[in-house]
Design a protein around this ligand. Structure first.
Ligand SMILES: [Zn+2]
Length: 576
């Protein structure tokens, strides 16, 4: 018996959490094949570790070293690793925590094959959630249903007659309402069609149910924003999802004030099961949350707001990424900057002057070039190790690589990248960029060679927050079917220690957390996982199928694949 833990059901959030009150005691974890990134960046093996009652590692044992014995001077409790591989907990360097929870909770129609199937699922979802005043969700596609027209409010009324329903189309460019929702939004035969939008209408002019593009704003005014309870549930759902993949910490890239308050509620109730390095969504949220500088590390290093997230451009898929030359598949467009160079400089300066870290979303090569120039300029004023973060750094023109090196050497530069984006978006990227610009696309190895620190993540919920798929992609540049043979632009693959570091020590360094967590070493938080696959030797395909047996955060177990049924093995546990 290590400590006493009880399973917490994510749905019963009203129960007060109990605080750990155990005797002062050390816990030994042995019978493991331990691996961690050591100080110099190499992989170090070990055979056991010890952590204290505060969940801090006190000792690490290597081959040939004598293990302590049970008793007063040794350990009190023991975790038998059963010969499994033990790694530091995985850190997702770019995640959206609350959105990950909502994506898992909301009604999802993406795989429905017919209108009838969709209606049955909607009705079942409404029955399962009698306390929800609105039913919201999305993913429907009338093409996939072979309907030949939009679905209607009358059809949706058959599934849910008593409550408003609002469901996004799969592309997010239209929504489907039932009669109750249309009534609440005040959409009638007399409603004029908004500019840039359309209202699907019946022959007599009444709204039929689907609103397109700008017309969806009519519904946005009445669809309720998430309540604190919704946010708490989304957080708990996301935490459980992260824990079962072996993730113990995340950088939350764009934390709103309400999301921050949800993290604080969870922390105050001793119910925060993951470490969150928050980057405020814009300078206003930053100043509201942090005041004149980053917050302290709260709740035994479980929550910290250290910086701001800014957006310089959009995404490649929707041709919003800002390119130097026109899109290969749309010669009239270079994409769109979301900020002018002056605005970007002002916002970054606003953050840097109060010693906030700056993380900027930059996808296109022009966005990355502009960001690098701006960082270089600001570096004259804001000296010292600033650890400037580029989020995605998806296409960086090789002509700009020397600037990466300059900045990396001066203030520190983090390329916060998502290996799975490369394998998911490869075909789309080829179409958007043409053959000549691919050398700078997802250029992990090249950016590392220039001195940028690689921190890897998933951008969940855009991709599943699965670090094993990420490591497999990082090593192979192949997707799960093995395509393309030999890997896409294989010169940009990274080696195994680099991939492991990007999900552990580097991801911690990217959040100024390297003295707190990210490696297995004395003084670090006891965040570790037990898995069946050794990422230093296994094939990328085997790594992709890694089984996570247990996940521990600060000496507390947050996931156990072998938990008996009824103990909610997919739910976080709480200390008793
Ligand atoms: Zn993101």
């Amino acid at each position: 018996m290590i400590k006493h833990w009880i399973a917490a059901c994510a749905l019963t959030l009203t129960q007060p959490a109990l605080i750990a009150q155990t005797a002062h005691a050390d816990t030994l974890v042995d019978n493991i094949r331990g691996e961690t990134i050591a100080a110099g960046g190499s992989v170090q093996a070990f055979i056991a570790l010890m952590f204290d009652d505060n969940g801090v590692i006190t000792a690490v044992y290597h081959t040939g070293e004598r293990l302590p014995r049970q008793g007063k001077k040794g350990y009190q409790y023991r975790i038998d690793g059963k010969g499994h591989v033990l790694l530091p907990g995985m850190i997702d360097a770019h995640a959206h925590v609350i959105d990950t929870g909502f994506a898992l909770l909301r009604l999802d129609l993406t795989d429905t094959a017919s209108l009838d199937e969709a209606l049955a699922r909607i009705a079942a979802y409404a029955r399962a959630h009698p306390d929800r005043p609105w039913i919201v969700g999305g993913g429907w596609n009338q093409e996939r249903w072979h309907l030949g027209r939009f679905p209607t409010a009358a059809e949706l009324d058959r599934a849910v007659p008593d409550r408003p329903v609002w469901l996004d189309r799969v592309d997010g460019h239209a929504g489907w309402a039932n009669s109750a929702a249309l009534k609440l939004a005040g959409v009638t035969a007399a409603t004029p069609t908004p500019d840039g939008g359309a209202i699907d209408r019946l022959p007599d002019g009444r709204p039929a149910g689907v609103l397109v593009d700008h017309a969806t704003a009519l519904m946005d005014r009445v669809v309720p924003t998430p309540t604190p309870r919704d946010l708490d549930l989304a957080l708990a759902t996301a935490e459980a999802d992260f824990a079962k993949m072996g993730i113990t910490a995340v950088a939350d890239m764009g934390t709103s004030i309400n999301e921050w308050l949800a993290y604080r509620r969870a922390g105050d109730a001793n119910r925060l099961y993951i470490r969150i390095m928050a980057y405020a969504l814009g300078t206003e949220a930053m100043a509201t949350i942090g005041g004149t500088g980053p917050t302290p590390w709260l709740y035994a290093d479980r929550l910290h707001m250290g910086g701001v997230k800014l957006f310089l451009d959009g995404a490649l898929g929707s041709r919003g990424a800002w390119l130097k030359a026109a899109y290969a598949d749309q010669p009239a467009s270079h994409g769109t900057p979301l900020l002018t160079e002056t605005q970007l400089g002002n916002l970054m300066s606003r953050a840097a002057m109060d010693h906030y870290q700056v993380a900027v979303h930059a996808i296109g090569d022009q966005a990355n070039a502009t960001l690098l120039t701006t960082i270089d300029d600001l570096g004259h004023t804001y000296r010292g190790e600033r650890r400037w973060r580029i989020e995605h750094a998806q296409i960086v023109d090789p002509a700009d690589w020397p600037l990466v090196a300059t900045i990396a050497a001066k203030g520190g530069l983090i390329a916060s990248m998502q290996p799975v984006h490369q394998t998911s978006d490869r075909v789309m990227a080829e179409a958007r960029l043409g053959p000549d610009r691919l050398r700078g696309a997802y250029a992990w190895a090249s950016l590392k060679r220039q001195g940028a620190v690689l921190a890897f993540g998933s951008d969940t919920p855009v991709e599943r927050p699965d670090p094993w798929t990420g490591i497999a992609a990082a090593l192979s540049r192949q997707d799960k079917t093995g395509a393309p043979a030999g890997g896409w632009q294989p010169q940009e693959r990274v080696d195994r220690p680099t991939a492991l570091a990007a999900y552990t020590t580097n991801a911690a360094w990217a959040g100024f957390a390297e003295t707190r967590f990210g490696r297995i070493a004395p003084g670090q938080r006891a965040d570790f996982i037990l898995i069946d696959t050794d990422p230093m030797t296994a094939t990328p395909d085997a790594i992709r199928h890694t089984k996570v047996f247990q996940t521990w955060v600060g000496g507390g177990k947050t996931w156990d694949a072998d938990a008996p049924a009824g103990e909610a093995k997919d739910k976080p546990e709480r200390p008793l």
